[in-house]
Design a protein around this ligand. Sequence first.
Ligand code: UDX
Ligand code: UDX
Length: 461
Amino acid sequence: MSLVTTEEGAAVKSICILGAGYVGGPTGAVLADRCPGVNVHVADVDAGRIGQWSQGPLPIHEPGLEVIVSRCRGRNLFFTTDLGTAIDGAEIVFICVPTPTKAHGKGAGMAADVSAIEQACREIKAHARGYKIVVEKSTVPCGTAASIAGLLQGDGAGAFDVLSNPEFMAEGTAIADLSEPDRVLIGAHPSGTSAAAQERLVGVYAQWIPRERILRMSSWSAELGKLAANAMLAQRISSMNALSGICEAVGADVEEVALAVGRDRRIGGAFLRAGPGFGGSCFQKDLLSLVYLARTLHLDAVAEYWAQVLQINAWQQGRLVDTVVARLHGTVAGKRVAVLGVAFKPGTGDTRESPAIGVVAGLLREGAVVRVHDPVVPAKGIQRALGGAVEVCADAYAACEGADGVVLCTGWEEFRALDYARIHGRMRRPANLFDACLLLDRAPLERLGFSVFGIGKGRGK
Ligand code: UDX
Ligand code: UDX
């Protein structure tokens, strides 16, 4: 059945995804599942990862992903390391390779490293024998669509159009985010030369997404829109974390303040949860990219404005360490502190930029003996994230054995169900519990004899 519509031309029949990671894998799976008439080839340079996608277990865990991959794999969803064949056989090529923060050279520590994007473009140029629509889905610096077009032009090159189609998936809800997105951005060069290409990509998404949610715009707006969305989500979190410090000092309750603010329909209640700070591979990376963009445009006030969102995030982690030290009588040197939770948020095994990293580093600097447990992150993942100076424990009880303090750094549901009477019985006195995720009901804990600190909970709260 071909979906031929006037403004979109012939329906797309084949798509290639470059990069089989957190972004490329789920994107390819949902495209194949929602567009049974389209063949989707997901290509990656990492043979091990392709092997996992092809035979299992899948390299990433997202609710709903396994069933979709099983349904489509071998039917119209394929995983390969043969980038050339996948590119040449596709009408649309999505670039989903990583764009981490640069570690070296100009802009190191702030600018996005687009070397993988360039490598993907060279692969496309080398293997494309006819017209291709190239789509940047990775989060990229503003203006990358133009530089991709520049990379793809040149002698002997086929004809290309470049579109910007940033992803808005959150880990743990990637399939839902792809299946029912609030919006799909499709950016094209304002000159209109890519209008036909833009309509063809609209035709793909329109097979399952209401057309009013598919937004056409310029590439620059799409690229900046992605950075701006993440920056404003992170800004809400840093605003609540900044307020949590005031709440503790004046006796207010940050959750009550969040309610007071969030019930205003112009503000809304989402992303107002104070905690140990935001983690994940995206918020910090995208904020740094935005700050760097402002700096390169000599908009220093703008750069400083967005940099403060990151500054508050680091401040919140440092403040939590200071609170632990203060409540353990001014020093944690030689004392045992248990840190429960290393994943950057519950529901994932991803530790990238997790707040636990800053908190554990601070405790170690203060001379604490730190034991950690996470219900999902494997021991080697914890060691990789936190370094070798921590002791990884198989369960929370072992981590809390003989501890002076317990710090909840990830709001895992498992931590709500722990036997805190058993934990209290095995800790030194006074037994201090620091609920950085506002996960626990403090009254029963205080009745057990714990001294409880909750982020943003004023004196006596
Ligand atoms: C990453 C960023 O996290 C995200 O913000 C950005 O929008 C897209 O890039 P992610 O899927 O999380 O997305 O990256 P990752 O899980 O590291 O997977 C990237 C995959 O690309 C890896 O499997 C890697 O082997 C592959 N890759 C990398 C290529 O196929 N070619 C390259 O040149 C480089
Ligand atoms: C985010 C964006 O939500 C997504 O749209 C974008 O495409 C990628 O980046 P992700 O980083 O996977 O997704 O997770 P998210 O759920 O946004 O949480 C990010 C961090 O913020 C986590 O550490 C989480 O614990 C923290 N957070 C979230 C808060 O501290 N408070 C909140 O209210 C919400």
